[in-house]
Design a binder for this molecule. Sequence first.
Ligand SMILES: Cc1ncc(COP(=O)(O)O)c(C=O)c1O
Length: 411
Amino acid sequence: MTDASLNPLGTSAAELDRGDPLSRFREQFVLDDVLYLDGNSLGRAPKASLAKLRDVAENEWAVGLIASWDHWIDLARETGDAIGAACLGAPAGTTMVSDSTSINLAKMAAAALSHRRGRTNIVIDANDFPTDRFLMAGLAAERGGSLTSLDTSSIAGPQAADVAAACGDDTALVVLSHVNYRSGAIADVAAITTEAHNAGAMIMWDVSHSVGSVPIDLPGTGADLAVGCTYKYLNGGPGSPAFLYVRDDLITRLEPSLKGWHGTVAQFDMGPTFEPVDNIDRFQVGTPPLLSLCTVGPAIDLIADAGIEAMRAKSVALTERLVALAERSSRAWVRNRFAPRSQTTWWPRHLDPSAGSTDLRGAALERSRGRLPKARWVAPGSRAAIHPFRRCRRSRRSNCIVGQKRRPSSG
Ligand SMILES: Cc1ncc(COP(=O)(O)O)c(C=O)c1O
């Protein structure tokens, strides 16, 4: 970024936009006049994804019919490779699009528990997203194991020392989120992975809130497994399928827990028994949802083109600017909301753990409506994300706060 990001109010927003190498991506999305600050839900619609959806529906499905399976059959792996390359630092063949994040969490955790047979404890974060906690609790109970729930700080996120202390001789698996879905706290994936491995446990990272938002080098951290959503920062569209990552050397050593016909050798021979293929495809269970999978690739192409490092730098700069504006506000409640070490906000004031997000919850948001002139705006109930691909779009989710232009700004 330029020096302007160090002094965010020294340059006008229009000037920053003019010098911004990412500004060309604005026209790649369907835009209106909504300020979209929804950091933990649905990404906006890339025009190329909508065009692809139309093409797949009207040509590949309506005209090509079953013959289109000749290239559809590899799309889940090809899209996984694209996500791995653009966002995860992952080599081809280690990432695949499959099922939902919840299903991937369950099926990969079950595979890990079987791999670490003899160990039955699972370590989770009490502040993690509900599905991660519920699924691991259910799995531990089903396997006659135990669950250790880390009582982490939602601002700092899980710490390596917490994980080291929690893991015992019977810990099979640690399941954590890279970026906390509420506060945006970023966990130290490499340090925590090392502690899990020192204890003889495997680790699975939920990267739903970091993929496409924060650079990750999964192979560099040594992480065993990862899962994540494609409909958030990857802009895949509502209900687009999730992805899973398995460390290269682990793929053929890990037995799939859900043995479906898309994971077996000679799939179309319709043979009598399941024999897992010797690549990432073994974790594919059934037929991929083509119409919602086909939109993911064009969205990933945009991220690959922009570069995740540049996107992160812009996200941080935008967050800095918002905070600087709030800090010089004449309204005490706005200043207090963003004050360093505020007792009332979950958001860490310093930028490193912020994941380009800030807490604009509840009453503060309600009261701020009139201060965002000439724009409707949308923010989630918990966290507002300042993301380069997210500056406009309406949301109708019930837990979103949606504002409309009401009265002119007073300052
Ligand atoms: C961190 C995290 N993990 C898992 C999920 C569940 O994803 P899905 O509903 O697609 O299974 C979500 C959904 O928002 C999430 O935020």
